[in-house]
Ligand binder design. Sequence first.
Ligand code: CUA
Length: 360
Amino acid sequence: MKRSSAPLIMAITVAALGLYWLYYSFATPYTPQTTFFPTTDFARSTHEVYIFVNLLLLAIFVLVEGALIWVLFRFRKEDARPGDPLPEQVHGNTKIEVGLTVATTLLVIVLFVPSCQQIQFMQTKPDDALVIEVTGKQWWWEFYLPEHDLVTANEVHVPTGRPVRFDLTSTDVIHAFWIPRLGGKRDNVPGRTQFIWMTPEEPGIYDGQCAEYCGSSHALMSMRVVVDTPEDYAAWVAQQKAPSNPAAMSNFASFASAGCLTCHTTLVNDGTVRNMLGPNLTKVATRTQIAAGILPNDSDGMTTWIQNPQYHKPSAKMDIPAAQCTGEGEPDPCCRMIGIGNCLSEETVAQLVSYLQDLK
Ligand code: CUA
């Protein structure tokens, strides 16, 4: 490669990377987990700080790289003629060094002020927030809404126009709650409660993902927030709280005898049944997905999940690895799913799926 073409290649590479970044940031707005299309006050104000910082840094980058490229071309060795005098040889320049130090300090202050304002904004608890207590679990999310005394899992609805405060904790390891278009992200730390809040503005479906490595199925720990109009939200709460008698439904006997009630409940979704080993299934058929966002909530998704949870979510507490099941005889209820052909016939699985699909 000719030495003189190096700056050009460098400039083209930088421009290509910039275009690639722009395309994936702006031309694909419906990537579910983008931060570029915020839909809450919190997400937007964070985004504005982000854009401000990046535009400022982009301007500095262009200035510095532009000066560098100009110097590389202007003073290249190929242009020097024999006999040209040597430029003046200098060491250090107090004015330039002081100037750079002052400019850098001012720049840090310019970055510091809006960042502090944003932190102040998001650390002030809003009045009249809808509180949702979020417990991270390996590898799913429990949601509890004290205002309605309502427990659900992995998918929760919120209304527009009212601040929602997620109170975050964990019962095992550190997880992180992150729904990019609503704003984020914050850790769920065992033994401690932190909060994050925002005011949803646009009805829609917003997906998020655990953002702190938490074990083998960390990548399979999604959550979904459905933002409703206030009317739709009221209807959702009414549906979740509607009395039903799941124990009287056909196929409940199969569900009970398969041992599912050891870790799940289908009977109540109030504060008396928080922190069970598995998600609350009282109204499971009203959710759009199962297993923390990794399978669709339909007969096929439910069937393949029950038949082989370990295939879909390695090390999930559902289906304890065979090595932990002791002896022959009558297995522990949670181990019953091992060797599914022996313990849960296809007919039984079909009955369980049918039962669960009716829970709405
Ligand atoms: Cu939970 Cu990563």
